[in-house]
Design a protein around this ligand. Structure first.
Ligand code: NAD
Length: 249
């Protein structure tokens, strides 16, 4: 905390699209103060005096940053995608030697996107078929998106718990990639096109009907209420948390 009782925030990935938006949001909040802004080539030790670090970088660089922050006792709010089970287990291991430190990994900070994932889980056991289409700007480096991967994992877990069979699919000849990637037996298709920001459709199919749940982020500011909630709440949630939904009422 600063002398004025503000939460001292460090932003890693500070020159990026999300980093810049986070800096504006933090600078506009009376209870937060921007204490460090770090990008490629800067000294990560600049964050050592922060209460919370927000990371929006790339999957290839996020892990060393998180290891450093955890060792320094700095809480982390992470929007960078690409977290698989192996990475989450590594974070748990680092956190086990630093009780009291909180790390939030949020594949999507949009409240609408969090609800979209919850609605998808609700619908998951009731339809024979389910597939996901995610659509993003072409500068995105990872596919599928973290949101799509997380949605598929959540849907797959519900269907497996409830004994729902795999979606039917008679495909026997396929141009490689035509049926998308399989995540927990849910097919995920990634579209990249200039003009898009971040969008996702979850399509459920049953006999004689379909149900489509769609979420659109029109602007990166849509993620900021969720990021600010994460910054303000992470210290109250020691250990590893995956998904912003755990922080919502
Ligand atoms: P971007 O390419 O605009 O920004 C990434 C920044 O990280 C760049 O400024 C780059 O220089 C910096 N960087 C690279 N290596 C670094 C290092 N070693 N140390 C510090 N900084 C380094 O990307 P973006 O659009 O801002 O997205 C960033 C990440 O956030 C991506 O993984 C994206 O998928 C994810 N994202 C998540 C959400 C969410 O709600 N969780 C929303 C949007 C984007």
């Amino acid at each position: 905390m600063s002398a004025a009782g503000q939460i001292k925030v460090g932003v890693v990935g500070a020159r990026g699209r999300m980093g810049q938006t986070v800096i504006q949001a933090v600078s506009s909040a009376d209870d937060l103060v921007l204490a460090a802004a770090v990008d490629q080539g800067d000294d990560i030790n600049l964050v050592n005096d922060c209460d919370v670090v927000v990371d929006f970088t790339t999957p290839s660089v996020v892990m060393p940053t998180l290891q450093h922050c955890i060792e320094q006792g700095v809480h982390c709010v992470v929007g960078t995608t690409g977290f698989d089970d192996g990475r989450l287990a590594q974070l748990q291991a680092w956190l086990s030697s630093k009780p009291g430190v909180g790390v939030l990994i949020a594949p999507n900070f949009g409240v609408g996107a969090v609800l979209m994932m919850q609605f998808a889980q609700l619908a998951a056991p009731y339809f024979e078929s389910v597939e996901i289409i995610e659509l993003h700007h072409p500068d995105k480096v990872d596919a599928p998106s973290g949101t799509a991967r997380r949605t598929a994992e959540l849907i797959g877990a519900v269907r497996s718990d409830r004994g729902v069979a795999k979606s039917p699919d008679a495909t026997s000849q396929e141009l490689q990639g035509a049926r998308g990637a399989s995540v927990n037996d849910v097919r995920v298709h990634s579209v990249r096109a200039r003009g898009l920001v971040a969008h996702q459709e979850v399509i459920f199919g049953g006999v004689g009907e379909t149900l489509t749940i769609r979420h659109d982020s029109m602007d990166r500011t849509s993620f900021m209420p969720g990021v600010l909630l994460g910054i303000r709440s992470v210290a109250k949630h020691p250990g590893l948390t995956v998904g912003l939904d755990s922080y919502l009422d």
